[in-house]
Each structure stands twice: as C-alpha cells, then as structure tokens.
Write a protein that binds this ligand. Sequence first.
Ligand SMILES: Cc1cc2nc3c(=O)[nH]c(=O)nc-3n(C[C@H](O)[C@H](O)[C@H](O)COP(=O)(O)OP(=O)(O)OC[C@H]3O[C@@H](n4cnc5c(N)ncnc54)[C@H](O)[C@@H]3O)c2cc1C
Length: 417
Amino acid sequence: MKSFKVLVAGGGSGGCSVAAKFASLLPKGSVGIIESAEILFQTHYYQPMWTLVGGGMKSVKDSAKPMSEVLPKKAVWIKDSVASFKPKENTVSLSSGENVQYEYLVVALGIKLEYNRIKGLPEAFETPGVGSNYSTEYVDKTFQSLKDFKEGNAIFTFPNTPVKCAGAPQKIMYIADEYMRKHGVRDKANIYFNTSLGALFGVKKYADALWKIVEERKISVNLMHELVEVKPDTREAVFRLLNKPEETKTYKYSMLHITPPMGPPDAVKNSTDLCAESGYVDVDKYTLQHTRFSNIFGIGDCTNLPTSKTAAAIAAQGNILYQNMKCVMEKKSDSKEKYDGYTSCPLVTGYSKCVLAEFDYDGNPLETFPINQARESRLAFHMKKDIMPTLYWQLFLRGMWNGPRLTRKLLHLGMSK
Ligand SMILES: Cc1cc2nc3c(=O)[nH]c(=O)nc-3n(C[C@H](O)[C@H](O)[C@H](O)COP(=O)(O)OP(=O)(O)OC[C@H]3O[C@@H](n4cnc5c(N)ncnc54)[C@H](O)[C@@H]3O)c2cc1C
C-alpha cells in the first residue's frame, strides 16, 4: 500500500495550494495528491475566469493549464479518484481498488454540479439559448446565446442549494445587460433574475448597492423562484415558488443562463464518518480541523464552513490550515490560528465595472482598499480580469498567496482586522 506523511484529496484550487505548502516543508515524496482530472482532460481550470468567458472577454483556453504544470513537483500525483474515506484506518480507497495510507489528510474535493436535478437538463443545452458559466461544456453557449439574442426574455437562475461563488449567477446578467445595450436589443429584452434565495445578496452593504443597479437597469428580480424544469421544445422554464411550494410559474425564454444545483462530492457524502449531516466535510469553522479526527483537515468548497465558497476564501483558509496542521504534526497544542470566514466576490457589473465584496463570517465587510468597495469601480474590474489570473497561477497555486490580509492592514494603517 502507498503511504504518505500528508495526503491531499483533490488538486483544485485548495488541494494544489495546500499541497504546495507542505511539499516545500517536507522531503520529496512525503506529499501525495489524488487528482482525477488527469483521466479525462489533464487540465486545471481557473474557474473564476468563466464569468468573463460567458461574456466573450476570455476563452476557456485562457482559463486552463495542464495539471502536470500546476501540481507541486516535489509531490506524488496519484492519477486516480477517491472512492471513499476510511478515517478510522487512516486510509483512502481509490476507484481502481487500491488503498492509500496517510498520517495527515487534507480533503479538498470541491463541490459537485448536479445539472440532472433539473428536469430537461442536460438535453436542453443541446438547443439554442441555454448556457451555463459553471461548466467548460456549456460556458461557450452562454456567449453564443447572447450573440444570438434578438428579443424576448433573458432569464438568469440561482438554485436552492449552496453554490460556489454565489455572485456568479448575477455577474453574467449585468454583462448580458451591457452587451444587449451595446448591440441595440436591450429595449426588446426583459431581463429576469429568478433566484431561490430570499435576498439579492447575503451581505446588506453589497445587496443595497446591487438593488440600486438592478433598478437603474430595469432588471426584474424574482426572489424564492427555483428552476425545476426546462422545456426546450416550447422554450419554457418552470420555477417552483418556494414561498408557495405547491405552485409553479412558467416563463418563456429566448436566453436562459443556468446555475446548477450543487452538492457534496459522492466520496465525501458516502463517507459518513467524515461528513456532517449536510454531507460536506465536518470541520471546525475556525481551525479547519476535522471535528472528530485530529489528523484530518478540510479546505474549500467540499467543507461545511459557513462562508461563501470562493477561491478567495481558500487563499485565506490555506495558511490557517497549514499553520494548524503543522502544530498538530509537531505535537504543539498552543498556537491555533483562527479563520475569520474571509471571502470575496468581485461582482462584475459589466464590461469595465465591478463591485468588490469582501466580508467575514458575520457579514461584516473586510475591504482591502480604504474606499467604499460597494461602488462600482474600474480598478476592481481590472483586478478581477487582468491581475487575479496571474496571481492565481504564479502565487496562489504555489501556496504563496494567503489573501489580502496584510495589504488590508497596511492600507488601513493597521486599523483593520
Ligand atoms: C463561474 C464561476 C465563477 C467564479 N468566480 C469566482 C470569483 O470571482 N472569485 C473567487 O474567489 N472564486 C470564484 N469561483 C469559485 C472558485 O472557483 C471555487 O470556489 C474554487 O475553485 C474551489 O476550489 P476547491 O479546491 O474547493 O475545488 P475545485 O477547485 O473545484 O477542485 C476540486 C478538485 O477535486 C477533484 N476531484 C473531485 N472529486 C474527486 C475524486 N473523487 N477523486 C479525486 N479528485 C477529485 C476535481 O477534479 C478538482 O480538481 C467561481 C467559480 C465559478 C464556477
């Protein structure tokens, strides 16, 4: 049986960056990474770029790099997928039937897209007008639908589950609005944001700013609307009204952008020792250590951390996890670094503007710049489009970017958290 000092399950944003930190601390070959992406595509994607791909500003290719280029060279890449976790035996079972042993485990399997929970999908993606920025398979169709749009309803959905990047379902809507204005079809369009949530955004400061934007741009927001079916033949989308669960409402569409329901990866959900009732990895919200197994930690979208699931959150989580796991490895019990829930969502509101939301577990803004970030800004847009991708590939994935905490402190002359 293969055995590793540190085993990382998943080589996405969280897994790759944490593996890089431990690979530079420990001798070569001590860190193993189980990452299944190799089997099909051999690719690591910078997913935040897909918002821009859907708006025609970047291509899927721009968001991709071979997995072999991004995983740390000093670590061993196990090209297989996790079938289940056996935390009581310190082993992970792989789909190939092999088992891998570990002293310390980091679970970083991301979140699972569940398009097939919506009746009529994924078949409707084969028809015109239906796209989704959440998948490399369908993101190009978002921009195609936008280019083809002539008149009618353009509907943007938000499912009734936790999602990654809770801002992305509406970012593409603002981009679409600007695109339609530039191409002279906006006055023939009705834009709808049909969301399962009871609010436009979870943090009041940014929700207030976004309500102003939707009002100015004449976008209709329908709260408590959950997409349950797409009928491509008649080009209709059926929504369950969550405040009257027996009722549905059907909308005709010319363009439909789908944010799919999401859930914990099967390997986590089926390993009941590892997960919370929700099916996500059960970790302490401050230390990221598993609540029952002290040699297991979790990071990113697959965990039950009660914060918005983003790569920005993972940057902040990575260093906390590293420090705390190192303490456990060195049998020090004193220093416990605490994660404050920091997350960030660059709410792109068009082709040159962005509201840069940054906040903690309690919904308190934790803004990097000493300006009001709830106002749309060109600087924030260029950070999102031009600076963040380089930072991701060059620093984040190498375990060298721990979020903007230090910059924030400096820019606020030490007066910020
Ligand atoms: C459209 C869109 C826009 C976004 N915008 C932003 C943004 O502006 N800012 C931001 O910070 N974040 C944004 N995000 C969110 C961000 O991309 C994710 O939160 C982040 O990538 C999650 O990292 P992760 O490591 O938890 O999961 P992932 O990066 O998804 O990695 C999980 C890895 O686990 C592997 N895996 C899964 N199951 C198995 C298995 N059984 N065995 C082995 N390997 C497995 C997968 O192949 C994958 O490589 C956006 C996401 C999307 C889709």
